[in-house]
Ligand binder design. Sequence first.
Ligand SMILES: NC(=O)c1ccc[n+]([C@@H]2O[C@H](COP(=O)([O-])OP(=O)(O)OC[C@H]3O[C@@H](n4cnc5c(N)ncnc54)[C@H](OP(=O)(O)O)[C@@H]3O)[C@@H](O)[C@H]2O)c1
Length: 319
Amino acid sequence: MRAAQITRFGDWQAVKVADVPVPVPRASEVLVRVAASSINSVDVSHREGQLKILTGRRIPQGLGIDLVGTVESVGTAVRGFSPGERVWGIRAGASGMKNETGLTADFAVVDARRLSRAPESLGDVEAASLVVGGYTALRALKDVARLQPGERVLIRGGTGGVGSAAIQIAAALGARVAVLASASTDRIVRDLGAIDFFDYSTATPASVGKVDVLMDTVGTGLLSWRRTLAPNGRMVGVAFDSLAGLASIGVSSVFASRRIQTFAGQPPAGSLEALGEFLDANGIRGLVHAIYPIEEIAEAHRVFSAGRVRGKIVITAAS
Ligand SMILES: NC(=O)c1ccc[n+]([C@@H]2O[C@H](COP(=O)([O-])OP(=O)(O)OC[C@H]3O[C@@H](n4cnc5c(N)ncnc54)[C@H](OP(=O)(O)O)[C@@H]3O)[C@@H](O)[C@H]2O)c1
């Protein structure tokens, strides 16, 4: 079968498609025939070698942390999934990144606790575009920030993979959504459900005004943007790409009421089930920038790394 791999740590040209054996599920895992997967920021960090401390240096390593597909077979201890069932799944955290096969492949194994029925209202490509962004946004806005109907929320990075899901999820939760995104994306973010659009190259905390919740997917200038919080405001940051961003999150924890909350790693069991039900119930759509067959994964990485991607790049595979 085909699997997307990095054969060295580096730029998009380090990405290859290899012919590898179909993985065998362990007792707690499910083997999935992959229909679609997507490119996430963490794939770029992985490819560039920024996660070596966690993944080790042994090469090749498989790429991809999300998938939509059908169950091929199940491990001996798995209950509740049967062959042919349509599922979606995630493999976050660095441990699985050491393997020769990630989730961007014709077949992939996923821990049964990170797999659930795929949402019925979305086709494979759109569903793949919402696995990671949708989970991250729903957790940040509903579980961590406890966003309430009528509150004003600011999404920083509104046309990204996480941000485009966050706008729709915040609107579905009844919030008034303001967005910081790059110039000329006004129409896109309003179509997703935003009321206010601000160009990030010119906007300031003062021009945006007060917000009850700030969800940051950018990772820079956190302490400055925190000034937009109204009394009792809550802030959630999910990007850890800059050391300065991490430091800001750390410093903020000194001030309990203005703490920048965050989370990372594997989603709690049941997260994808809850996300699928939420997306189905609220008619949420995926924002898909482009679709590439797995053979063109390197080109897809080149386009992702060039920036100005609107939503997600999706990779199609076996099914
Ligand atoms: N904690 C978790 O569990 C978790 C889960 C998923 C993702 N993440 C992290 O969340 C971050 C975002 O992921 P993603 O997949 O959404 O990335 P993405 O698709 O690359 O989106 C990032 C967005 O930020 C925009 N942007 C860049 N600079 C900005 C600025 N100064 N102000 C406002 N917007 C700005 C970009 O717009 P332009 O390209 O137009 O400049 C882009 O649309 C990454 O750091 C990722 O690692 C964390």
